[in-house]
Design a protein around this ligand. Structure first.
Ligand code: SF4
Length: 76
């Protein structure tokens, strides 16, 4: 099940927590200092995606299931 993964770039402070938890889904864009979801991020382990979203210090990560259910809301 593909999950829609987005990062609110206005909120993200580039802490890198998401990349450390799930490097196959998130990569820090060093030039801009924000996390960018990678291609295929939504096909990664949902438990780890939710952990990354929950751990994000600024709650920048939003996860939406294929059926439209919001799994994790961002603060954006
Ligand atoms: S954990 Fe949150 S604030 Fe830190 S880089 Fe990832 S999205 Fe940005």
């Amino acid at each position: 099940m593909t999950i829609q993964v987005t990062v609110d770039e206005e909120l993200c402070i580039g802490s890198g927590d998401c990349e450390r938890i799930l490097p196959t889904a998130f990569r820090i864009d060093e030039a801009r200092g924000v996390s960018v979801p990678l291609a295929g991020a939504g096909d990664q382990d949902p438990v780890l995606l939710e952990r990354a979203a929950f751990t994000c210090p600024t709650q920048s990560i939003r996860l939406v299931a294929a059926d439209g259910t919001v799994l994790h809301e961002s603060n954006g």
